[in-house]
Design a protein around this ligand. Structure first.
Ligand SMILES: [Zn+2]
Length: 365
């Protein structure tokens, strides 16, 4: 195995007393360049000393990295793609082919943890554009660990980035600022503290699909610290008038890469008249919280066709639109807003297990 350490830790794991540990000290990062073996696999060692509450492995390449297995320090297989690939329940997108930048956050659920000390191994297959295993191809591997003993409260830093020229319209700016207050309010209900800053950019106001991968996404993300979520506010997404937002991954990487942002389209919220009312602003704030929820590892509790679900026990596995809207319609991660002719119903809720997923995300410190 080629193992070339190019960047050492930029933070030290915190001591046991969380009250005295700054968020920066909870997160550590290391990266190296590795290459796939004869079987097309990269076996990534993640060494844990017992203080880590979660880790993230990000892999970026000219090929398509796909998670196959996770092996614990005792040699036991903890997770395998075969259990999840055809499942009606979704745990992580890391199993799926289609992006050149993979992110895997572990543990996802309470039942998946806590993390034993020792060397964990993340088995990642390198797949080519035709779906075949690729031998001897290089990839950048990044491992983040967090030592955050408090999984009930987390601080999340967010960079809110205007697409080109979008931060100039005072009415849109005012609506976005109020929407962020709704985002903050919703997250505060679930122990997440939003710490945001605003930035301009040259990104197109007609945003691309964030999960399709773009060098511009990476370029934009590299302006920042590499330990925050990036939310880009544009006019529309791929020209659609009804796409509210898109997340670059479930989860998305905390490392700047081709997919590391979420996008929110303001015009889809404002509607055809282009003016915001209070309900539309609230909905935009909930879209911000929803898309960042995806980025932090949350799937929809039920998907659009009511035939696929998340992997959590406390979100109802409903099967019809009526029962799903009744039981989950107020959930933040419901796949669509429920509206009548005049307005949409608030959707601020997360279940206990959904909160747990978001708190285990590497960027919730
Ligand atoms: Zn969604």
């Amino acid at each position: 195995m080629t193992l070339l350490l190019v960047l050492a830790c930029i933070g030290k794991p915190g001591a046991g007393d969380d009250s005295g540990v700054a968020a920066d000290d909870m997160l550590s990062r290391e990266s190296w360049v590795d290459s796939s073996n004869r079987d097309g696999m990269i076996e990534i060692p993640v060494e844990l000393d017992g203080s880590a509450s979660a880790f993230m492995v990000s892999v970026e390449s000219d090929y398509y990295p796909v998670l196959e297995t996770l092996t614990g320090p005792d040699g036991r297989t903890v997770l395998t793609w075969e259990d999840w690939y055809d499942s009606d329940n979704s745990l992580t997108y890391a199993f799926f082919w289609g992006t050149k930048a993979m992110a895997f956050n572990w543990p996802v659920r309470e039942v998946d943890g806590p993390l034993a000390a020792g060397t964990w191994t993340v088995g990642v297959a390198m797949i080519d554009g035709s779906g075949f295993y690729a031998n001897n191809v290089d990839a950048e591997v990044i491992v983040h660990r967090k030592a955050d003993p408090d999984l009930a409260q987390g601080q999340v830093r967010a960079r809110i980035v205007w697409a080109q020229g979008q931060g100039q319209d005072p009415d849109v700016v005012a609506a976005a600022e109020q929407a962020v207050e709704r985002w903050r309010e919703v997250w505060a209900m679930h122990g997440l503290t939003l710490v945001e800053s605003w930035h301009d950019s040259e990104l197109s106001s007609n945003l691309g699909f964030a999960d399709s991968g773009s060098a511009k996404v990476e370029e934009n993300a590299e302006r920042f610290d590499g330990r925050e979520l990036i939310l880009v506010l544009g006019e529309s997404i791929s020209g659609a008038s009804d796409t509210y937002g898109i997340a670059g991954g479930i989860p998305g990487s905390i490392e700047p890469n081709l997919n590391s942002h979420v996008t929110v389209a303001w015009l889809a919220h404002a509607g055809t008249n282009g003016n915001f009312n209070d309900d539309e602003i609230r909905l935009m704030g909930e879209t911000m919280a929803h898309e960042c929820g995806h980025f932090m590892g949350l799937f929809h509790p039920v998907e659009w066709n009511y035939d696929a679900w998340d992997a959590l026990d406390d979100t109802e596995d409903c099967r019809t639109w009526q029962s799903c809207e009744n039981k989950l319609g107020e959930n933040l991660m419901f796949p669509y807003p429920i509206c009548d002719w005049s307005s949409c119903a608030p959707q601020p809720d997360l279940t206990g297990q959904q909160k747990g997923v978001s708190q285990r995300y590497i960027g919730a410190l």
